[in-house]
Design a protein around this ligand. Structure first.
Ligand code: GLU
Length: 297
């Protein structure tokens, strides 16, 4: 793939990639903190990417509030913030390359049709090479990775049917799909380590396939448990999880460290943000992060 440099950075580059569909809640703080601590403990860089490729789901003002909150929590990022809304040209170049290599095609199937086939798309549109109105674009998933080694969860096995599915790279509404944007940008930013929540365990298998299709090196992945309000219910911006307290970061940072199995000493509750983060960077241990896929708060 010409437009992308294969990810071969020799030093650690991690990232936090929030979508501006809402403000930071406790679940997103865990994602920010875990990725930050792993990067800084390894003397790496920690980049910030705002995943604003879905304007209908965006909340006005959320991007700048996220940046302000991270600053207030002492989580200072390296380099400039990357906005996915400014990456369209590179996504288009990657798509053009896929099309040239006959690795993508249009698809008119509706959600209802796919649901009626058991929820996995079966490849009916493979020969549809001209855009029809209301069509999505899929990538020919010639790789189909269903198993990988996760830095936290160990070996992860995903459904082979799902792993082989030709997934969507451009949605019917013309917006670039998450799977395309996230992989292209992780390559573009030279990311070597992706530390994020277990809600993305299965998408990771697809993303690993996509790296191979693009002939680029994949980063290492580690997935920490998801914070849930009850089993199966993740805290999310969509279900209006409360925003973390911007003015009083210590209690949330302390609770996030406990959640991540880091056993912070009680005297950090009266420390300032820099002292708490310095302790957390020095003592960060991925081995202590619980291997569960979700934890009820
Ligand atoms: N933007 C995604 C989210 O906010 C995260 C994607 C990722 O970490 O790969 O859930």
């Amino acid at each position: 793939m010409k437009p992308l440099r294969p990810g071969n950075a020799s030093h650690y580059r991690g990232r936090f990639a929030p979508s501006p569909s809402g403000l930071l809640h406790f679940g997103s703080l865990i994602a920010a903190l875990a990725s930050y601590l792993d990067a800084k403990h390894n003397n790496g860089q920690w980049l910030l990417r705002i995943e604003d490729i879905d304007p209908p789901r965006e909340r006005a003002g959320a991007s700048s509030e996220i940046l302000n909150t991270l600053e207030g929590y002492g989580l200072h990022w390296d380099e400039n913030v990357l906005y996915q809304s400014q990456q369209s040209e590179i996504y288009r170049q990657v798509l053009a390359e896929l099309t040239e290599q006959k690795l993508s095609y249009y698809c008119r199937c509706t959600r209802a049709q796919i649901k009626a086939q058991g929820g996995i798309y079966q490849g009916q549109c493979k020969n549809l090479t001209h855009p029809a109105s209301n069509s999505a674009t899929r990538v020919s998933n010639t790789v189909g990775i269903s198993r990988y080694n996760d830095l936290i969860q160990g070996q992860v096995n995903c459904s082979p049917e799902l792993a082989h599915e030709d997934f969507i790279v451009v949605r019917k509404d013309g917006l670039f799909a998450y799977q395309l944007a996230v992989v292209v940008d992780d390559i573009y930013q030279g990311i070597t380590h992706v530390i994020r929540g277990c809600d993305l365990l299965e998408p990771t298998a697809r993303q690993l396939s996509f790296y191979q299709i693009l002939q680029c090196n994949a980063p290492k992945f580690g997935h920490f448990p998801l914070a849930v309000s009850k089993p199966g219910f993740k805290l999310s911006k969509q279900n209006s999880a409360p925003e973390i307290d911007k003015k009083n970061p210590i209690p949330s940072l302390f609770s996030a460290l406990v959640f991540l199995g880091q056993q912070p000493p009680d005297d950090l509750l009266t420390a300032n943000v820099d002292e708490l983060l310095t302790w957390a960077i020095n003592h960060w241990s991925m081995a202590q992060v619980p291997k569960a896929q979700e934890i009820v708060l």
